[in-house]
Ligand binder design. Structure first.
Ligand SMILES: *Cc1c(COP(=O)(O)O)cnc(C)c1O
Length: 398
């Protein structure tokens, strides 16, 4: 069954689709068939629910940030606590769903790409727990910058392949993983980490991340007896955001706001905000808003948050923007860092720098609203992984 938001199979308006060579298309067709077969099967969903509860720790709270709310004055701020999940972020929701799908498909081997290493760690975690072989592709440059995450993946029993092509970062890692997948899809499952890539990945990732929005919607109804006025999430590839947004799509009274990384400022060009400042194009086998250089190729990007540093974005977000269902805004590096400190001090919660972008926007929005209104902010991850980086930045400034 197609989602009501998919205008034709694999498309969200003009966005999405699958622009890949033939061998890879065969693998994707195979995956789509399996996903359609299992996603509504009760045994599959019972098993997924079991692991989300017992292993991931769901449902996580929708926490009323009372001190932050009082400090800002205005709408109530609620935090959806994805940071409390096992491995410290929302990524594990999607990983558990896809690993169970891999098992059903009889795959012996799971591969994944990773940039900063967060998706690689989540994938290695689930593969360890299910006893599956795990290979993680990572640009050689990233393996150097994120040496501790490489070690984490190895502790968990994964093999990390350092990709030495091109700029040796995420793009090359994706290309290497796709090539492996096209060759080995009979026994290998490619576990993609965000709501991007060719069909059916954006649909699969949205499906498994929607648990965030379903829980948050029910929790807010229970606490407030009504729906929130706004829901806010940071957007890299867009998986934590679409997971929160999708279950609210038909609730027209709920404003949807996606927060992109404005980096050093939109005017500098050094950002990763394709929805706010990009244009439609094709990247990694699908159509979306993207940041282009003079030749129309994916531009180089910058964000203080490694997890948001990508020149494309999920096709479903591109569609939400095109039809005006969501608003996309940018928060720059400095504003995100201020929110990182503010939430740490007022609530005793150190947020991921990615999530701090959403917190920063909510901190601007709340004072413009009234006390009987409310905002849900998706706290996509915890900041433990970022304290060294913030420490270094603070000390270099002096
Ligand atoms: C990876 C990551 C993101 C960005 O990915 P999306 O697919 O846009 O959600 C955001 N927050 C955290 C904590 C992450 O690890």
């Amino acid at each position: 069954m197609m989602s009501k938001v998919e205008t034709k199979k694999g498309y969200f308006g003009e966005f999405g689709g699958s622009f890949v060579p033939e061998p890879l298309q065969a693998a994707l067709d195979h995956l789509e068939k399996a996903f359609e077969q299992y996603k509504d099967e009760s045994e599959f969903n019972e098993e997924l629910e079991y692991y989300l509860k017992e292993y991931v720790g769901r449902p996580n709270p929708l926490y009323f940030a009372q001190r932050l709310t009082e400090k800002l004055g205005g709408a109530k701020i609620y935090l959806k606590r994805e940071d409390l999940n096992h491995t410290g972020a929302h990524k594990i929701n999607n990983v558990m769903g896809q690993v169970l799908l891999a098992k059903r498909m009889g795959a012996k081997r799971v591969i994944a790409e990773t940039g900063a290493g967060q998706h690689g760690v989540a994938t290695a975690t689930a593969c360890a727990m299910f006893g599956m072989e795990c290979v993680i592709y990572m640009g050689e440059e990233d393996t150097r910058r994120q040496a501790l995450n490489v070690f984490r993946m190895e502790l968990l029993g994964a093999k990390v392949v350092a990709v030495k092509d091109g700029a040796r970062t995420l793009k090359e890692a994706v290309d290497a993983a796709l090539m492996d997948y096209a060759e080995n899809y009979e026994n290998t499952f490619y576990l993609l980490g965000s709501a991007v890539g060719p069909h059916p990945y954006p649909t699969i990732v949205r499906h498994f991340q929607s648990v965030i929005g379903r829980e948050a919607r029910a929790q807010h109804l229970e606490k407030e007896g009504r729906l929130p006025d706004y829901i806010v999430a940071c957007v890299g590839g867009g998986s934590n955001a679409i997971g929160l947004f999708a279950p609210f799509f038909d609730d027209k009274e709920v404003g949807i706001i996606g927060v992109e990384p404005g980096g050093r400022g939109l005017a500098t060009g050094q950002h990763a905000a394709p929805l706010t400042a990009g244009e439609p194009g094709i990247i990694h086998g699908f159509k979306c808003y993207m940041m282009k250089d003079e030749d129309g190729e994916p531009a180089s990007t910058h964000s203080v948050a490694a997890g948001l540093d990508y020149p494309g974005v999920g096709p479903e977000h591109s569609y939400y923007k095109a039809i005006g269902r969501a608003e996309y805004v940018a928060i720059d590096d400095e504003e995100a860092l201020e929110a990182f400190h503010a939430l740490s001090r007022t609530e005793g919660i150190i947020p991921a720098i990615e999530s701090s972008h959403a917190v920063a926007y909510a901190m601007k929005l709340a004072p413009t609203l009234s006390a009987d209104q409310s905002i849900i902010v998706n706290l996509s991850g915890r900041g433990d992984k970022d304290v060294q980086q913030v420490f270094d930045m603070m000390h270099n400034k002096k």
